[in-house]
Design a protein around this ligand. Structure first.
Ligand code: ATP
Length: 514
């Protein structure tokens, strides 16, 4: 599926219509790959942040938070390697004039070979029924083997070319595989060139000799340069972690998949500092913990997979992505990297300061090793929205559009609806609204029939609708409708808060990750 696909288009249109996400600077025809979050979008985003940040810093005694500046001393980016090596290989199609990342074109091609193999396997599974031995079939069937070998050969060739930073070899792969431009269908390609992704700007007036600064392309460096400050001021002992949520900026070459690849986006990163030699143990630990965090959102067990890296970044000795099944296929959602002592050592070298930690247990001084978990907040947002939005056919044959966002993340948690706009019902509903607003995000709505209001709340993903009717005036109870199964329960007003609290709390989901 591609950005042109109806389903993906529906998600984008739905996000705009209901105030989740708008194109940036829309009245000026937008700005490439820049988006604004609307009233519901900002609520959902804040809750995702909290689900991540709270999980990191509250459930782990040895992880603390930080909020570092977007501007950093320009030497930081020399030390980190971004000035010299934060490049993507770009290639242009001469007919469509579209620009692509050469590595992405090749990765998509590998995926195509794998998909062909999978199709053969699925067909055979249907044919053979219960007696089907999938592992054996994958090993022995010549057609399946042909596709799998093709994928593997390509993967190896790509890894070697990428490792050697060999742009001509990347171009050769694209030609040999006959990869065509998805827009024009042509093979009329330019050479592959390197392109640095950092945005730069000036600090101070130009007359005084302004210095060139970069907008940070990742939040991690703010954590590295503060490692000793945090360890000392928070009296932390290795192993310990520092977590941060913040903006990052990348001048992406290809930015066409809505909020999947933006030029201004937010990262949620945690750097975990460990004893040298312990890093691979912690790497495995965080891989597993992060996957459990994802699974606790219940977006679908089959929606995630690990992708272990063949080509390691210059700073890593092990790396994996958690990929998510987006509407356009499995793509990176989060990276988990064992970054060794590369960053801290480089900062020692470039700053002339020691970044060593004294370990009271071993009585040794060393530069800690780092395991990082790095997830894009906007990609997480897209993962949630994309799996939540659906069109359901109900028992009576009618349809409803519903966003099945996890209850504890929903931007509006409770809607309070007087059945009609008179007979004192709005007053009672307003009182309930006021009380519930102390604990929950509440919306009050009295316009249109109650059925239409239910549909509106379904469309924005509100888990509970509380309806005040004439009986309420007598029995002091209300009807609570559950978004997912549309069941209704009569609950005394005095018990409402108690009834809703556990159903909307994050702690239940957090517990499942422990
Ligand atoms: P990709 O290969 O998709 O470009 P990356 O490997 O460069 O991603 P990292 O540098 O590992 O990404 O960044 C960590 C996380 O930040 C990614 O897993 C992703 O969720 C998020 N991220 C990176 N670039 C963008 C972007 N342009 N827009 C939105 N999120 C991004």
């Amino acid at each position: 599926m591609d950005a042109n696909d109806a389903t993906f288009k529906d998600i984008i249109a739905h996000c705009k219509e209901y105030g989740y996400i708008y194109p940036g600077s829309e009245i000026y025809d937008g700005l490439g790959a820049v988006y604004d979050y609307g009233p519901l979008g900002v609520e959902l985003k804040n809750r995702i942040k909290h689900y991540w940040y709270g999980w990191m810093t509250r459930l782990n005694d040895n992880i603390v938070g930080i909020d570092t500046a977007i501007f950093m001393h320009p030497t930081v980016w020399k030390a980190s390697g971004h000035v010299d090596a934060f490049n993507d290989p770009l290639i242009d199609n001469k007919d469509s004039k579209k620009r692509y990342r050469a590595d992405v074109l090749i990765e998509d091609q590998i995926e195509k070979h794998l998909e062909k193999a999978n199709k053969e396997v699925t067909k055979a599974a249907k044919r053979f029924g219960e007696s089907f031995d999938e592992a054996l079939y994958r090993e022995t069937n010549p057609r399946v083997k042909k596709y799998l070998d093709k994928a593997e050969d390509l993967r190896l060739r790509f890894a070697n070319a990428a490792e050697a930073n060999d742009m001509a070899a990347l171009k050769q792969i694209i030609e040999d595989e006959g990869i065509v431009c998805p827009m024009s269908g042509s093979r009329n390609w330019t050479d592959v060139r390197q392109f640095n992704l950092m945005f730069s700007t000036q600090m101070g007036s130009v007359a005084e000799g302004a210095s060139e600064l970069y907008l940070r392309p990742e939040t991690a460096q703010g954590i590295f340069v503060n490692m000793l400050n945090v360890a000392k001021s928070s009296r932390l002992k290795v192993p310990f972690g520092i977590a941060q949520v913040g903006k990052a900026f990348r001048n992406e070459i290809v930015a066409r998949q809505f909020i999947f690849r933006m030029r201004e986006f937010e990262q949620m990163e945690m750097q975990f500092f460990v004893r040298p030699g312990d890093e691979l143990k912690w790497y495995e630990h965080w891989k597993e913990k992060r996957m459990r965090w994802h699974q606790s959102l219940k977006l679908g067990e089959d929606s995630y997979r690990f992708h272990d890296h063949d080509k390691l970044a210059h700073y890593a000795n092990a790396a994996a992505d958690i990929e998510f099944k987006f509407p356009f296929g499995f793509k990176e959602l989060e990276g988990i990297h064992s970054r060794t002592d590369f960053d801290l050592k480089r900062h020692e070298e470039f700053s002339g300061r020691k970044l060593q930690y004294f370990d009271p247990e071993t009585q040794e001084k060393y530069v800690p090793y780092v395991v990082e978990t790095s997830i894009g907040l906007d990609r997480m947002f897209l993962a949630i929205i994309a799996s939540a939005l659906r069109e359901e056919t109900l028992e009576d044959g009618s349809t409803r559009t519903v966003m099945k966002i996890p209850y504890f993340l929903s931007p509006v948690q409770v809607a309070v609806l007087p059945l009609i706009k008179k007979d004192g019902l709005p007053e009672v509903a307003s009182d309930i609204r006021q009380n519930l607003a102390l604990d929950f995000a509440v919306q009050y709505d009295e316009k249109d029939s109650v059925g239409r209001r239910y549909r509106r709340q379904d469309a924005i993903g509100t888990p509970f609708c509380v309806t005040v009717d004439h009986e309420t005036l007598e029995d002091n109870a209300v009807t609570v409708r559950d978004r997912n199964n549309m069941t209704q329960e009569r609950i005394p007003i005095d018990n409402l808060q108690q009834y809703l609290l556990p159903k909307l709390s994050m702690s239940e989901a957090w517990k499942k990750t422990m």
